[in-house]
Design a protein. Structure first.
Ligand code: DNO
Length: 397
């Protein structure tokens, strides 16, 4: 019987969590990236090898790369994209040469995931990440001051956002700005507002269809190469799975996943199934996504969200919230059984608890963590998910 492979994202020792600690909680594989290499540059073989050595010296395996980020020229379809695509392929070859074959990436514009509060205190006293459409609109309208943004919002939402923003102190406004511009995972550098504004203006000129074409162009260039060297690409869904600041989403629902899988069919063109990202929209049927695209799922992020009627959500406990985690897990275990019966190569799909609350001793080192990546909160999520998986597997006829 093959279980899901228990993995944990690690950003390096300066982010408050050590490999020794991760080892103690029963993790088998690490999810990491060569964060020091600049966006678009080739990851040198030696840099990959040294991170791999560090991980292995703690008795762990480097199972998944998250993420090899995509240069903006590829997302925007600029002439220099071919050079960056060539670099990307080189990076994949260098990873494969080091025995690393699963690569997570995303095609989100401007920033990675978007939240409006990184320290939302729950009734229990633990804290979580939170997204409020009202706060996001306030940022768009009054901090970013996007041209014609007012027309983009319904009158009542505009009024609510204005009232909300007017009621914030300067310090609270700064906190909202910094929460949204918190930077890329694994970086402590805030995204600069001016740079964000510039990129935002560029992205708004690009249609959804054009973005999909750019993704398809990228996939059709890299996937044949990935296939030759046995690398499995696992695109991460957009988070949240709806338009933010007027920017189109292209990896946020069933149809969009289907498009990207079909535009370049290959066992190497696959998905990161993220229950939290997809689950932030009530319209996404997570079980159906696992059932229909199961053989393309190369990596799994499990996380829950509690959704509210106004479109806001916070990251709930892994087994609580609006995502029916037991149903999702059952669909995943069924997919594993299908793979097993078929004799597929990978049955132990790597899974990581995605994000975690900040609780107990986490509070003492909260400033060191990259938001969402606590130790105890994630360890608790992993324990719950592992128990759920075992219970379901052993009772599934
Ligand atoms: C959230 C994560 C994302 C994800 C990247 C994948 O914590 O799931 O940051 O790592 O978007 O490329």
């Amino acid at each position: 019987m093959e279980y899901l492979k228990k993995t944990f994202r690690w950003f390096g020792p300066s982010f408050g969590v050590t490999l020794d600690e991760i080892k103690q909680i029963g993790v088998e594989g690490i999810v990491a990236a060569c964060q020091e290499v600049s966006l678009g540059e080739v990851w040198p073989k030696e840099t990959i090898a040294s991170l791999k050595d560090e991980i292995e010296s703690h008795g762990l395996e480097w199972t998944v790369v998250e993420s090899v980020n995509i240069h903006t020229s590829i997302k925007y379809g600029l002439p220099e994209r071919d050079a960056y695509i060539a670099n990307y392929i080189e990076t994949l070859k260098n990873l494969a040469a080091n025995g690393i074959y699963i690569v997570c990436y995303n095609f989100m514009q401007l920033i990675d995931w978007t939240r409006t509060d990184l320290d939302y205190i729950l009734p229990s006293g633990a804290s979580a990440l939170h997204y409020s459409p009202k706060a996001a609109a306030a940022f768009d309208l009054f901090i970013l001051k996007r041209e014609n943004a007012k027309q983009a919002y319904a009158a009542d939402i505009y009024e609510e956002a204005k009232k909300y923003f007017d009621g914030l102190t300067e310090v609270q406004r700064k906190k909202l700005e910094e929460s949204i511009l918190a930077g890329m995972p694994g970086s402590r550098k805030l995204i600069e507002l001016d740079q964000f504004k510039k990129n935002h203006a560029t992205v708004l000129e690009i249609s959804k269809q054009k973005l999909q074409e750019n993704l398809s162009y990228f996939l059709n260039a890299i996937i044949p190469e990935a296939e030759k060297i046995g690398v499995k690409m696992a695109i991460h869904p957009d988070d949240p799975p709806f338009s933010v600041f007027g920017v189109p989403r292209i990896v946020s629902n069933y149809e969009e996943l289907k498009f990207l899988l079909e535009c370049c069919p290959s066992p190497s063109n696959g998905l990161t199934f993220c229950s939290g990202s997809l689950g932030a929209s009530a319209e996404n049927d997570l079980v159906k996504i696992v059932e229909d695209f199961g053989d393309k799922i190369h990596f799994i992020h499990l996380r829950n969200v509690a959704r509210h009627a106004d479109g806001s959500f916070y990251e709930a406990e892994h087994l609580g919230g609006s995502v029916p985690m037991e149903k999702v897990m059952k669909a995943i275990v069924k997919e594993q059984k299908r793979r097993q019966a078929k004799g597929d190569e990978i049955v132990a799909i790597p899974m990581r608890p995605d994000h975690g609350h900040v609780l107990l001793d986490d509070k003492k080192r909260q400033d060191d963590f990259y938001s969402g990546y606590s130790l105890i909160g994630r360890a608790m999520g992993l324990a719950q998910l592992t128990g759920l998986e075992k219970g379901i597997r052993e009772n599934l006829i």
